[in-house]
Structure formats: C-alpha cells, structure tokens
Design a protein around this ligand. Structure first.
Ligand code: NAD
Length: 385
C-alpha cells in the first residue's frame, strides 16, 4: 500500500523517522532532485492517521518540485511532516531527533519552517544538522520566511489583478482571507496598507482579533468566508479549500493566496476557469519564502531577496500567457512551465560541481553526485559558458 502510493506519486525517496524517547514520528519525502537538492519546510500537524500524514507530505513535496522549477531556482522538491500537536508535543529532543534524520540524508533534503513550526524549533534542528534554512540571522540564516512569502504573494496578486481587471492597484479591490497565521497576518497588513477592504477568518480567535484591532480587517465566521462578496479569495491557511462544496459558493473573480495545494484536485482548476475566475497557481504565488531561504545556500542577502520576490510577478504573467496560448487552465499552465524546465535541465547531462553548505555554517561539500539528478549535498549546477 505504501509503495503503491509512493510509486504513483513518482518520489525518489521517502524516509520514515521514528524515535520513541523523543516521541518523534515524522516523514521526509524527496520528490525530485533533477534541478538541485530538495528544499522544503517541515510541517507539524496532529494528523488523524498515518495515511493522512503520508498523503500530505507526498503532495507537499511534489508541490515543492514544481514551485522551485517554476520559480527558476536550482532546487528540487522535498518536504517533511512531524505527526504531532504543535501546541502540546514540541520539545528540544523531538526537534533534535528530527535534525539527526535530516542530517542522515547528507544534504539531499534541506529543511525550513512550515505550518506549526517556528524559528526557535529550527534552531534545535540546527544543533544536529547544517541542512536547515530559515534560521535566525545570528546563525547566518534569513529568519522567518513568512513575510517574504506574504510579499511574494502580493506580487502574484498584482499580476493576477492586472490580467483579470487590467488594473493592478491592490487597494481597489476587496479580499476574503482565510487564515491569519504567520503569512496571512503579514499579507492582510500589506493589503490594508494599500487601502484594501479585507475580510478575515481563522480558527485562532486571537489572531482574528489582532487582524481586526491592528489592521482594521473585518472578521467573518469560519465557514462564512466562502460566501463573502469579495473580488479576491485568498486561501492562506491549509490546502484543499477549493473543492466541489466551496466552489459554487465563491463569488470572487480572482483566487490568490499563499496556502499550498489550494485546489482539492486538478479538475478544480478546470471548474474554476469555467466559472470565469482567474486562479493564480499556489506554488508560483507562494514561492517568496522558498526564494528567500534558498539564498542562504550562497550566503544570505536581503536586498537580493527583495529583488527576487518581484520575479513572482513575471512568473505569474508567463503562466497566464501559457494558459491563454494553449487554452488550458492556469494550474495546468504552471505545471507545464515547471515540467518543461525540469525536462530541459535534466537533459543537460553536465557534471555537477560541489558547493559548500550554507555559507556562514560552511562545511566541506560532500562528494559530487554520481549521476545527474542524484544530489548528494547542497550542490548547484555548474555554469558552463
Ligand atoms: P501558520 O500555521 O502560521 O498559519 C496558518 C493559519 O491558518 C493559523 O492561524 C491557523 O489557525 C489557521 N487555520 C488552520 N485551519 C484553518 C481553517 N480551517 N480555517 C481558517 N483558518 C485556519 O502557517 P503559515 O506559515 O502562515 O502558512 C500558511 C499557509 O501558507 C500554509 O498552507 C503553508 O503551507 C503556506 N506557505 C507558507 C509559507 C511560509 O513562508 N510560512 C511559504 C509557502 C507556503
């Protein structure tokens, strides 16, 4: 059953991590390393079952492959999930045990934060492995990627507004934002700074209150977010919220948010387009955090990071062009753009050169991979003129 699941999702490697003393149950999934080492965050969530955790990590890691590819990064796709309640089950031992598993992969997988994980947790992971990004600046990291993800989402949003309405003035439109966590709170702040009308919801009542008090958002009940009469629906909590039940209720013209795997399935992309809505593909929109942490591999530079965020605007523009050109929904256009790049680079068959681990924590590079696409460490494609 597990091998069947893994083979259909086309993963290179899936690692089940267990440490009884630390209470660790985690899964690391490496989807594809043709473009580079698999970089993707770790999510901590109280999954209802093992199957649910496995499905989540497989979907998320595949998404990272596509995200890196569409964003022009020299990275592959990977992700990890820790099965546990982030409010109750965190400990130093848990994260250090997890860090040892990450280290055992020798740099084929590089981790970062995702839902339920913060910078402090990653610092425990860092005690066991160099293959961590998104750690605090004092460790040579770039800190929490969430503000960059939010800023990148804004760039993607502007591209979508431009295509849908012929005007990318963010403040001219209204928004229904689902989830005001690390990314969502930054995102509503950016929207409100530009004068937009913003409706918010979240299972965390304190977060909703903060969005109302600090940023002047309007709160709506959890399930009512799908009925809000807003120009843009921004899923910024968990995935799968665009589905057969919710789509008939949505009144928006644009769907653009930071959550991963927003469409419950690929067919939803067809149905969204059929309703005349413009879907800004999630993994292209929310690549800001990945772009930001990816710079840690070369030595972090904030100015370069901010410039990089702007590429999201152009990547989205390219996706919308492909969608129009080929007459396909935008989710398929994004996949096409990503797959074309992976195929093209995968065919190069040039040798990889080793490169050091994240600059400030430099360790000697591991041996170059024995075959193109098989990454033994955080190596980058050599630039051949
Ligand atoms: P977070 O845990 O800080 O925030 C998620 C928020 O969603 C929380 O406030 C939570 O209470 C809320 N939530 C959960 N279920 C909900 C529901 N059913 N209805 C309403 N609210 C609900 O996580 P985050 O880092 O802000 O990430 C948000 C989303 O963006 C995730 O899908 C994540 O994978 C994606 N993402 C995050 C980053 C990043 O840089 N953090 C990068 C790329 C993608």
């Amino acid at each position: 059953m597990i091998f069947e699941t893994i083979s259909t999702s086309n993963h290179e490697e899936v690692v089940f991590c267990h440490n009884k003393d630390a209470g660790l149950k985690a899964i690391i999934a490496i989807h594809n390393t043709v473009l580079g080492p698999a970089l993707g965050g770790t999510r901590m969530w109280p999954y209802a079952s093992e199957a649910e955790a496995l499905n989540d990590v497989l979907r998320l890691s595949r998404g990272m492959t596509y995200k890196a590819a569409v964003s022009g990064l020299n990275l592959g796709g990977g992700k990890a999930v820790i099965w546990g309640d982030p409010n109750k089950d965190k400990s130093e031992a848990l994260f250090r045990a997890f860090g040892r598993f990450v280290n055992s992969l020798g740099g084929r997988y590089i981790t970062a934060e995702d839902v339920g994980i913060d910078v402090n947790d990653m610092e425990y992971v860092l005690r066991e492995t160099e293959y961590v990004t998104g750690v605090h600046q004092v460790h040579g990291g770039s800190g929490d990627p969430s503000p960059f993800t939010a800023y990148g989402t804004l760039q993607g949003l502007m591209a979508a507004l431009q295509v849908k309405f012929g005007n990318e003035e963010v403040g001219n439109y209204s928004y229904a934002v689902q989830g005001v966590g690390h990314v969502g709170m930054e995102f509503v702040k950016l929207l409100r700074e530009r004068g937009a009308k913003v409706f918010v919801t979240d299972i965390n009542k304190d977060a909703v209150q903060r969005a109302v008090d600090e940023f002047g958002c309007e709160a709506v009940a959890l399930d009512d977010i799908y009925d809000v009469d807003a120009d843009v629906y921004s899923p910024t909590a968990l995935g799968g919220t665009i589905n057969e039940k919710t789509l008939p209720r949505l009144k928006c013209k644009v769907i653009c948010g930071a959550a991963n795997n927003q469409l419950a399935n690929d067919q939803m992309g067809v149905e969204v387009a059929a309703k005349g809505m413009l879907y800004a593909p999630d993994y292209a929109v929310n690549a800001g955090g990945l772009m930001n942490v990816s710079l840690e591999i070369d030595g972090y530079n904030r100015e370069r990071a901010m410039r990089m965020m702007r590429t999201i605007y152009y990547n989205l523009g390219r996706i919308f062009e492909i969608s129009k050109r080929d007459g396909i929904p935008t989710n398929q256009a994004a996949d096409r753009m990503a797959e074309e790049r992976i195929t093209a680079i995968g065919k190069l068959r040039l040798p990889h050169l080793g490169a050091p681990a994240p600059a400030s924590r430099a360790a000697a590079a591991t041996d170059p991979p024995s075959a193109p696409g098989l990454h033994a460490g955080p190596v980058r494609l050599a630039i051949h003129s």
